[in-house]
Design a protein around this ligand. Structure first.
Ligand code: HAM
Length: 423
């Protein structure tokens, strides 16, 4: 019979990879706690309209990447392609955004029907961070400080921070007209994608990777020259803040982002170690979105990290992590098996940090010891009829071969002392 496979672009995270994921998640969670951020959990499925209205109708995500379906009520629903829209929806719906500031974060799977390749998947994990009710560049700087601290906590080096400003919606509108006029002057040289974007989303053309577009893009007018005074001041203060905090950054005037809700600050953290999919973290300010989704006008800023990409970097830079096993319980005979299970439970009660694997399924000593070795355990705890009769268990140091008999009542202290030594 034909085996059923996982859906293309969607992957299992296998047990051997889990320690690295947990390491990443724990470091991020601890760092966010240091800055006073609180977790929020929202549904994976939302009304399709939410993403159309926030990410924008004329974006790649909404035009061709969403997992959209009609449910049994006839409603159009979509598997979330990102977390910001849901976070805003939840904030408005639950009254979290009125007359108060919020610092929130979330984690979970996102879904985009992109062409799968290394670092780009159809189901992928993000940790996202969002802050509401703060208009100044100080919170933009805090966002970047958080990311920088996370890289340090993870031991990641060589990430480059790129920043840009997209101005306000009005400034962008005026700039857009200039840009379209310029691009129309080069209409015959545009590639197909850019021609298509010229009407709906001309700013995205600046992000084109098509070689034929490089010269045209280089000569295009820059949004930085079309900023109003307040936007310019915001950007200048952001840069000054980053410099004061010693955070190296590059201003990339072509950084435009693939979602429509941004205004003013945008930023990305990029590595050259992952090939084409080098952006590990991206975000920016989205002051208009809360109002656009039906809330009161509320300034907002945030970012999201691509977890698979960070894991790929960690795999390259950090030594392999594995959940260690401390003790493997080897048992011969029914009496030993019955006593052994109780002994194992008592040890787990006394020593919550002890990782103890109990052998199941019988078999001879030799095959059980083989499994003990394979588990990576440091100790085998051995119980047979002799041991039961004497009230002791054999404790063998698997790599050294030394063996002691330890009374049942002394076992917890014996392992507690050794776990402390490991430190
Ligand atoms: P985004 O740039 O679409 O922004 O995604 C953020 C990050 O998610 C990317 O930089 C990348 O690391 C990861 N990512 C995106 N698509 C994929 C994929 N197909 N496979 C693997 N990783 C991927 C957002 O999603 C915004 N919601 C970020 C934000 C939060 N802006 C403000 N607040």
């Amino acid at each position: 019979m034909k085996q059923i496979q996982a859906i293309r672009g969607m992957h299992d995270v296998l047990p051997e990879q889990i320690p690295l994921w947990q390491f990443l998640e724990a470091r991020v969670r601890d760092t966010l706690a240091q800055y006073g951020y609180q977790e929020i959990r929202t549904p994976i499925v939302e009304m399709t309209e939410l993403f159309k209205r926030s990410i924008g109708e004329v974006t790649d995500i909404v035009e061709k990447e969403m997992y959209t379906f009609t449910d049994r009520n006839g409603d159009s629903l979509t598997l979330r392609p990102e977390g910001t829209a849901s976070c805003v929806r939840a904030g408005i719906q639950n009254g979290l955004l009125v007359n108060q500031v919020q610092r929130l974060w979330y984690q979970g799977p996102m879904f985009r029907h992109e062409r799968p390749q290394k670092g780009r998947y159809r189901q992928f994990q993000q940790i996202g961070v969002e802050a509401y009710g703060m208009a100044g560049p100080d919170i933009d700087i805090e966002m970047i400080l958080i990311t920088q601290r996370i890289w340090r906590a993870l031991g990641l080096r060589d990430l480059e921070l790129q920043i840009n400003t997209l101005g306000t919606a009005d400034e962008r509108h005026a700039y857009r007209e200039r840009l379209v006029a310029y691009l129309n002057g080069h209409a015959s040289e545009l590639d197909e994608d850019s021609k298509r974007r010229l009407d709906g989303n001309p700013l995205r053309i600046l992000d084109s990777k098509h070689p034929a577009m490089a010269g045209i893009i280089a000569g295009a007018p820059s949004l930085l020259d079309h900023l109003g005074e307040a936007s310019r001041a915001h950007f200048d203060r952001l840069r000054a803040g980053l410099e004061a905090a010693g955070i190296a950054h590059v201003v990339n005037p072509r950084l435009v982002r693939g979602l429509d809700y941004y205004a003013r600050t945008v930023f990305e953290w990029i590595t050259d170690r992952l090939g084409a999919q080098g952006t590990v973290c991206a975000g920016g300010r989205y002051d208009g979105l809360v109002e656009q989704l039906g809330g009161r006008p509320t300034p907002a800023v945030g970012f999201a990290m691509g977890m698979e990409r960070l894991i790929a970097l960690l795999e390259e830079q950090a030594p392999a992590l594995r959940d260690p096993v401390d003790v493997y319980l080897v048992m011969m005979g029914d009496a030993a098996a019955a006593r052994g299970m109780l002994l194992a439970e008592a040890l787990r009660d006394r020593l919550p940090g002890l990782r103890l694997l109990m052998h199941c399924g019988g078999g001879g000593f030799k095959s059980q010891f083989k499994k003990a070795d394979k588990s990576g355990a440091k100790y085998a705890l051995i119980l047979g009829d002799d041991e039961i009769a004497k009230g002791v268990a054999g404790v063998k140091q698997l790599r050294l071969g030394e063996q002691d008999d330890i009374e049942f009542s002394a076992l917890a202290d014996y392992f507690a002392a050794r776990m402390n030594q490991q430190g």
